[in-house]
Design a binder for this molecule. Sequence first.
Ligand code: GDP
Length: 641
Amino acid sequence: MLDFFTIFSKGGLVLWCFQGVRGPAATAPVNALIRSVLLQERGGNNSFTHEALTLKYKLDNQFELVFVVGFQKILTLTYVDKLIDDVHKEFRDKYRNEFQQKGALGLLNGTFDFKDDFMRLLRDAEESSKVRAPTVMKTFEQSLKSQKTVKCMIETRGEKPKEKVKNKKNKGSKKDGTEAVAVPNKASAADKQLSAAGDKEELTKDEILQKNREEFFRRHMKAGEKSRSPKPDAQKEKGKKPRVWDLGNSNAKVLDYSNSATNGSTEACPVEEFDPDMALGDKNREPGRLYDLEYESDDEAEEEKVVQNPSKPSVKKGGLGGMFGMLKGLVGSKSLTRDDMDPVLEKMKDHLIAKNVAAEIAVQLCESVAKKLEGKVMGTFTTVTSTVKQALQEALVQILQPQRRVDVLRDVMDAQRHRRPYVVTFCGVNGVGKSTNLAKISFWLIENGFSVLIAACDTFRAGAVEQLRTHTRRLNALHPPESHGGRTMVQLYEKGYGKDAAGIAMEAISYARNQGFDVVLVDTAGRMQDNAPLMTALAKLIAVNAPDLVLFVGEALVGNEAVDQLVKFNKALADHSMAQTPRLIDGIVLTKFDTIDDKVGAAISMTYITSKPIVFVGTGQTYCDLRSLNAKAVVAALMKA
Ligand code: GDP
């Protein structure tokens, strides 16, 4: 039933392997496990699926061993967990001396004759799963129903079975809370009072019930009215009036620039005053350079202090040291147990959640760290806290390091060599900063000497085209053709509103090809992740135009909502795509990072769940507020107390 069972060292030496009769070779699935789980710190749960196989694994952190079993995922093998535990125990007990005395050399030269032991353990595990007989259904005679007589099920009018009345009371009390508890009591008191009065009593009882109901509703209505804020009468009468802004113009026709037939023309709308210094932000930066997110770590010095001077409890407050101060017990050269780590992990989990990491992910991360450390022998001068913290930090940095690096400048140059424009599509919900960050990216590309065509494919939101036109004008003012050998560095391609976005993107790309633009940045309409028709339209735009890069724009401000958006956008692109291998999101633009202080958890959650790299980080509203992700900066902010 098993496809394979393999035991290998964390260094990569296969010590022993069992190969099932029909099973595929263990190499590919085990490599996938190492790549996607063990190296990516996703070891929270002991299971991993690769194509048709389920892989379960266990780590031995003392001897640095990995035990992996593989079987067909359609099978429910209840004995696998037991088997892996038993094999682990038996193997390490049998070869303990080799591991302890000879170390890595022992592994290289050792012969691990484990087949008979394994077969015995496998047989035992299989037998033990059979011993637990499946639960048998009760016969009718054994059930409670059979004990009910027909008589007790017949209801006579006016005489309610005792139990039923009781149940009804309970139900009422659950639904209506304190109010409802009072009602049946009153009713039962009335029952007693009126028990001897025949037909008249029935009527009175009904009346009482009716009264109670009316009273109940009256009270609830009052409560509802109170909770709503009172509206001033005057406002009610007047109704809502459109606000007229000081600098605005009430004439809608004057404001409508959508009929402009020009592409990228700046004449169509009035040239407003703008301060180039304000738009640029930091004046001291190096033009064209995409700076890393900055960070300052405040707890490194403190941590060193703890490690060097283990016997003295740290008195400094603040930092993770302060937070876990009470847990800084010395373990010395003892191997770490789950009990040692649990209090620290619990604190770390809460800390991560407080920093906006999704609760589920915080749990998985801590679980993964625990699995990685359990049984590991600690150095003499290290504390549980520092060991766990370091492992968690490493895991977090690992998560934020992209598996696939997106190097936009290199890719644009590559496209240039092939005489075609490099196409980037931006997608996301409304208001997350798609247009603003698209403009920042344009600015960065222009500073690197690439010309940009902005395709206005948000043909839905009023003002979207005008917003891009304003950016285009400003960017052109900052980088006029005169300073680029007469070449227009940025232009807008727009067709107004209500048109098919996919078609406009396609026209823009061919326009860019003809005019020799280096990059096309496609702005799309904001849409909610659950809106199926709009997601289908986005999938179509992407399928038809095959952009080089699909960027999801999400704001760090909304925390885990951004994770939900990203997951659903990605899924919707897969579901609504007409292509056999659907085009999914390639990377993330994480915006409004300047607004979240150190609550940077969304970055971790987004990359942990989807493994998508964060390509750009938006850190403000000027053209220079664009950064590349610095995993260490994010982790430092995350670990800050
Ligand atoms: P869109 O609807 O997704 O195109 O969003 P917009 O580009 O219109 O941006 C919505 C608002 O977010 C605007 O007021 C932007 O100035 C603001 N915004 C965009 N990116 C950032 C950022 O990185 N930091 C801050 N603080 N605000 C931003």
